[in-house]
Design a protein around this ligand. Structure first.
Ligand code: SF4
Length: 390
């Protein structure tokens, strides 16, 4: 818990060191910064796209997505006018699809509420959907040169080390203190480069493990280095226990070798993405029976025999998922690999493909669709390489 006098003390130290820190950091950034596509522009829309993509995703993964996305949706008007499915397809493989929806909602707000012009004030930027204080700080300082601070995970770590701050820095009082420190430090003459250099230092030098203090441009100003154990700051957050999940999914083909997929429901994770039907099962369940029962009740598919096509693993946050992919073929009473599958019930999928939320897709058409990452792995097992997972 941070006391007022502790905050006053650290703010005083921050103001004292602001000038040498800014000078050393910006000079280092000018020499050493990585060439990244979003750094070649001051376009606030491009910076917004990059910042949303970079949330919880590595830079090297984001680069090709960013370049493709900017080619396909070069400005807010184009993005606002695009079908949501096309936006999700362009995002497919990046994960955390809420970000894609927020991005399109922000584009709508720019078009509808700001006549297509990106808002220029920090407060107005903050009102855009999906834009929190960090992203607003990045856009305002980099695109518009406004002297506003930003704090993300990298910046929080760097500040905690510069000033040897105790605690894990996630409590609201500690967060408030970090923002106050960042505000005291931001360079009014060059806020965009200062903020980017702070983030770059955290990403490349002052890393969570084994910070490269001997290459650090601000080592002389760093309290954690002086104390001899920089990794001690900030305190490690307690890890969530891993949860093991067993998931059985069904790759069901029709007679034309089209695959049956469901669209994830509103309000669920990866809403709107295509997915394989399936269910979570217990460790000692008979996967084939459980899946057959599910196929019958949810989709009216009477699959008496299913065949195991393969297994995959997938991790989402602290969930470790073991996936089993089972296949069946509909149409002539024979499954893909010779197993027996009865024709569907009268109202079954052969007669009304959309009746129970299952739609059959030609694999080639999937390239234009957003497919959940986990489903992408399962599809590969049955020989379908979605474009984003190829
Ligand atoms: S001296 Fe080390 S701990 Fe301090 S900011 Fe630089 S890299 Fe981080």
């Amino acid at each position: 818990m941070t006391t007022t006098s502790a905050t006053d003390d650290v703010l005083a130290r921050a103001r004292q060191r602001a000038t040498p820190l800014r000078r050393a950091l910006i000079a280092w950034f000018a020499r050493e910064q990585r060439e990244l596509p979003w750094r070649a522009t001051r376009d606030p829309y491009a910076i917004l796209v990059s910042e949303l993509m970079l949330q919880q995703t590595r830079v090297d993964v984001v680069i090709p997505y960013f370049e493709r996305f900017m080619q396909r949706f070069p400005d807010a008007r184009t993005l606002a006018a695009a079908p949501e499915a096309a936006v999700l397809a362009a995002w497919s493989g990046l994960g955390y699809y809420r970000r894609a929806r927020f991005l399109q909602a922000a584009a709508h707000a720019i078009v509808d509420e700001h006549r297509g012009a990106f808002p220029r004030s920090h407060d107005a930027i903050l009102t855009l959907p999906g834009v929190g204080p960090y992203t607003a700080g990045a856009i305002a300082s980099i695109a518009f040169g406004l002297p506003v601070p930003l704090v993300d995970g990298n910046v929080a770590r760097v500040l905690a080390r510069w000033f040897a701050l105790d605690g894990d820095q996630r409590s609201s009082a500690d967060q408030k203190r970090l923002w106050a420190i960042a505000d005291a430090l931001v360079d009014a003459a060059n806020p965009g480069d200062f903020n980017q250099s702070l983030m770059e230092l955290g990403a490349c030098i002052c890393t969570p493990r084994a910070p490269r203090c001997s290459s650090c441009p601000v080592a002389r100003e760093c309290d954690a280095k002086k104390l001899g154990d920089p990794e001690r700051f900030p305190a490690a957050k307690p890890r969530k226990a891993t949860i093991d999940v067993r998931l059985a999914v069904l790759a069901v083909f029709d007679a034309k070798r089209r695959i049956g997929l469901v669209r994830r429901a509103a309000g669920t994770r990866m809403e709107g993405m295509l997915d394989l039907p399936g269910l979570e099962i217990a460790a000692d369940d008979d996967a084939a029976s459980e899946l057959a029962r599910h196929a019958r009740s949810a989709f009216r598919i009477d699959a008496r025999t299913l065949e195991l096509a393969g297994r995959a693993r997938h991790t989402i946050t602290h969930h470790r998922i073991a996936i089993e992919v089972w296949t069946a073929t509909l149409g002539n009473g024979t499954s893909a690999k010779g197993s027996s599958v009865r024709e569907p019930a009268p109202l079954g999928i052969a007669a009304r493909p959309d009746a129970a939320g299952l739609t059959f897709w030609d694999p080639a058409r999937l390239r234009a669709e957003g497919v959940a990452n986990l489903a992408g792995k399962a599809l590969r097992i049955v020989g379908i390489a979605h474009a984003r997972h190829a």
